[in-house]
Design a binder for this molecule. Structure first.
Ligand SMILES: N[C@@H](CCC(=O)N[C@@H](CS)C(=O)NCC(=O)O)C(=O)O
Length: 208
C-alpha cells in the first residue's frame, strides 16, 4: 500500500487527504505521522524527500511523490469521483491561490509563534496580514464564480486554506464583511471528505 507522510496539523497534507477521500482512495493509502519541523530538517524524511516536507507519498514501486499538487494529481488519475483537474485553467489557478494563501500563513505562524521573540519582524507580519486580507477580499468577489462550477482542485485548495485560517488564525476573522465567501465555505465544510479530515493538535512524535 502507498505510504503517506502525514500530520493532522498540516494544511498541505489536508489537501491530499480531502483529495483521497473525494477520489475513494482514503482506504488504500496508509499514513505515518511525521513531524516536519521547518527549523529542524527531518533526517528520516529526507531519505525520501530531500526537502523534508509533508505531504510525501511513497508508492509501492519505490517511487516517491511530493508536493500536495503532485499527490492530488496522482489521486485524480488513480481514483473515482469528481474530476479534480478539469481542462478549465481556473481550477489550477484557484488551487494556486489557495496554496498561495497557505504559503503566507505558514511563514506567518513561524514568524509569530516559533521564532524567538527578539527575532520577530513586525514588518513581515504586517505584510502577511495584508496579503491574507487581499486574498480574502478577492475571494469574496469570486465566490459566485466558485459556486457556479463543479467541485475541483481549486475549491479543494481554497476551502482547506480558509479552514486552516479558522484553525490557526481565528483572530483574523476572515468572514467579517465577507458573507458570500462565508456561505460558500460553509458548503465546503459540510462535505464528507472535509468532515473526515479535521485539523487537530495531536501529540507530536519525536523527530527521527
Ligand atoms: N508546496 C508544498 C508545501 C509543503 C509544506 O511546506 N509542508 C509543511 C508542513 S505544513 C512542511 O513540511 N514543513 C517543513 C519544512 O518546511 O521544512 C506542498 O504543497 O506540499
Amino acid at each position: 500500500m502507498p505510504l503517506l507522510h502525514w500530520s493532522p496539523r498540516s494544511p498541505y497534507v489536508r489537501k491530499v487527504m480531502v483529495a483521497l477521500h473525494e477520489k475513494g482512495l482514503a482506504g488504500q493509502v496508509r499514513t505515518i505521522r511525521t513531524h516536519a519541523d521547518p527549523m529542524i530538517p527531518h533526517e528520516g524524511l529526507m531519505q525520501v524527500n530531500p526537502l523534508s516536507k509533508i505531504p510525501t507519498l511513497e508508492l509501492e514501486d519505490g517511487q516517491v511523490l511530493f508536493d500536495s499538487h503532485v499527490i492530488c494529481r496522482w489521486a485524480d488519475r488513480n481514483g473515482t469521483g469528481p474530476v479534480l483537474f478539469p481542462e478549465d485553467p481556473m481550477a489550477e489557478r484557484d488551487e494556486a491561490l489557495g496554496t498561495g494563501l497557505l504559503d503566507v500563513a505558514l511563514p506567518w505562524l513561524v514568524e509569530a509563534r516559533l521564532r524567538p521573540e527578539e527575532q520577530r519582524s513586525e514588518q513581515m507580519i504586517a505584510a502577511y496580514r495584508s496579503k491574507l486580507n487581499r486574498v480574502a477580499d478577492w475571494l469574496e468577489g469570486h465566490a459566485p464564480a466558485l459556486a457556479a462550477r463543479p467541485f475541483d482542485i481549486g475549491h479543494l485548495s481554497i476551502g482547506v486554506a480558509l479552514s486552516y485560517l479558522d484553525f490557526r488564525f481565528g483572530v483574523e476573522d476572515w468572514r467579517k464583511s465577507r458573507p458570500r465567501l462565508a456561505e460558500w465555505h460553509a458548503g465546503f465544510a459540510a462535505r464528507p471528505s472535509v468532515l473526515a479530515t479535521e485539523f487537530r493538535d495531536d501529540p507530536r512524535p519525536q523527530a527521527a
